[in-house]
Design a protein around this ligand. Structure first.
Ligand SMILES: [Mn+2]
Length: 335
């Protein structure tokens, strides 16, 4: 694979660039795509962002978030944009299945070069250029590296810095998870030099609950939280009916999986979310418990050491049964 230097040389003349986020995009995915969009536009390229499906409302404050094309809603436009692209940047994912239908469309492209910027484990090597580092806290951290490696530090500005900061903050649980390195703090400090408003960013991202979400969390914690003391684990379930009753939007479920970890004796938290034809599962853990391995071994998933996802095609009760079977085996506890 050619080095990034080669890519930086190619990007000296104006190109058509498309930036793609993964499905159910989070702050790191959208933050990195938009930060790169601002950067590329400043360099004289045209840059469009495509997301497979809707992103959470708490990212609406990001400049140009209203210009993101949602593939699910505008597949024809997205396909046309992809067809014209010279470069396609895949941000915050490293397997084409993470972008569903777009993955198939990209494979049909022969003109565009593909660039992957990501920090998840076990990358599929589908790209022409890669900036991949599993030790990076976030894709936004790598976007910062990318701009510096390109020799374009002087192009950093408040908008780019705000998005990179927000992506890093969200992927590190606001600088608390074990992926918060000294480098992460150094970058956050450097970004503050560009006049970003940290208090505003945190309010825009985190203090955005509607009454429905607040009451739903109350209901979940009092009615749905199950604690498996013998495994220091806790889980909750959200059915489609409940999501409908409480009128939950995409972002309303965000962060809920973390809640049980606030308990002293809980080391692993699991959230099951019922969907049309599958159960989506989120895992979070403290310390050395590797939920990425757990998700991969039992739930067709993967992710990071302390934050992972997976899914099953089984019913909700069967999926819960699977969890209860898998836990003692995974934690090596004899029943
Ligand atoms: Mn990420």
């Amino acid at each position: 694979m050619p080095e990034l230097k080669q890519l930086f040389t190619e990007l000296q003349t104006p190109k058509r660039i498309v930036l793609i986020a993964h499905s159910r995009p989070d702050g790191d995915a959208i933050g990195s795509c938009l930060a790169l969009k601002y950067y590329f536009e400043k360099k004289g390229h045209t840059a469009d962002v495509i997301a497979p499906d809707e992103f959470p409302d708490f990212l609406n404050w990001m400049k140009d978030s209203d210009k993101i094309y949602i593939y699910l809603k505008k597949s024809k436009t997205c396909f046309a944009i992809l067809t014209q692209a010279n470069y396609i940047f895949c941000c915050d994912f490293n397997a084409l299945k993470r972008i569903e239908q777009i993955g198939d469309d990209i494979l049909k492209m022969h003109r565009a070069k593909i660039v992957m910027i990501d920090h998840h484990r076990d990358p599929e090597h589908f790209a022409d250029y890669e900036l991949w580092d599993h030790d990076a806290s976030s894709t936004c951290e790598l976007v910062y590296d990318f701009i510096l490696q390109a020799g374009d530090k002087s192009l950093l500005d408040t908008d780019i810095a705000s998005n990179i900061y927000a992506g890093i903050a969200m992927d590190t649980g606001v600088f608390q998870y074990s992926n918060t390195s000294a480098k992460v703090h150094a970058i956050a400090g450097a970004l503050m030099e560009y006049g970003i408003n940290i208090e505003q960013i945190h309010n825009d991202v985190y203090n955005q609950y509607g009454e429905n979400r607040m009451r739903f969390i109350g209901y979940l914690l009092s009615e749905k939280l199950e604690i498996l003391n013998e495994y220091k684990a806790a889980f909750m379930t959200i059915t489609m009916k409940e999501a409908e009753e409480y009128k939950l939007s995409v972002g309303d479920k965000e962060g809920i999986v973390n809640l049980p970890l606030a308990m002293r004796d809980v080391q692993m938290a699991v959230l099951f979310t019922e969907d049309k034809d599958k159960i989506k599962i989120s895992f979070r853990s403290k310390g050395e418990i590797r939920v990425d391995t757990f998700a991969k071994q039992y739930f067709n998933g993967g992710g990071h050491k302390n934050a992972a996802g997976g899914s099953t095609r089984s019913s909700l009760p069967d999926t819960i049964e699977l969890l209860k079977k898998a836990l003692p085996e995974f934690l090596n506890i004899k029943s």
